[in-house]
Design a protein around this ligand. Structure first.
Ligand code: HEC
Length: 111
């Protein structure tokens, strides 16, 4: 009996902890824009290389420029670029690409 309870508790704990991670909402202003500003604007700023990825304009640049397809990270131009060898061979932490993809799959909100 005691063993059964232990198992039930363990399973509930696992389910709860999985659910939490999946529901974590990625914020564009906190998780994405600063990363783009720090990692990309040496080249991607107004007038030099499209899209302009400065913090104040990056959301509109990405959505209006068609670089993100809300809900479909793997079909988004920005993800395809970064995963399939971005031209200048920049070094982007894979964890950061994962966060970017999650944000797109969550609907690419300006949140
Ligand atoms: C060292 C300079 C440099 C950095 C840093 C850089 N890029 Fe680029 N990026 C380029 C160049 C140059 C091109 C254009 C390549 C071409 O036209 O073939 C490009 C192209 C792109 C494109 C395709 C643009 C289009 O209109 O097709 C995207 C999307 C992109 N970069 C995203 C990013 C992101 C996101 C970052 C930061 C994580 C980043 N880049 C960092 C130089 C850079």
């Amino acid at each position: 009996m005691e063993r059964k309870i232990t198992i039930v508790l363990m399973v509930s704990f696992l389910l709860l902890s999985c659910g939490k991670e999946e529901n974590e909402i990625i914020s564009f202003s906190q998780d994405i824009a600063p990363f783009l500003e720090n990692t990309c604007t040496a080249c991607h700023y107004g007038g030099r290389q499209e899209p302009n990825l400065h913090e104040e304009v990056s959301y509109n640049q990405l959505t209006e420029g068609g670089y993100v397809t809300p809900g479909k990270a793997n079909q988004s131009a920005i993800v395809i670029q970064l995963e399939n060898g971005h031209p200048e061979n920049i070094d982007i932490p894979s964890n950061q690409i994962k966060i970017l993809k999650e944000w797109i799959n969550q609907g690419a909100d300006n949140n």
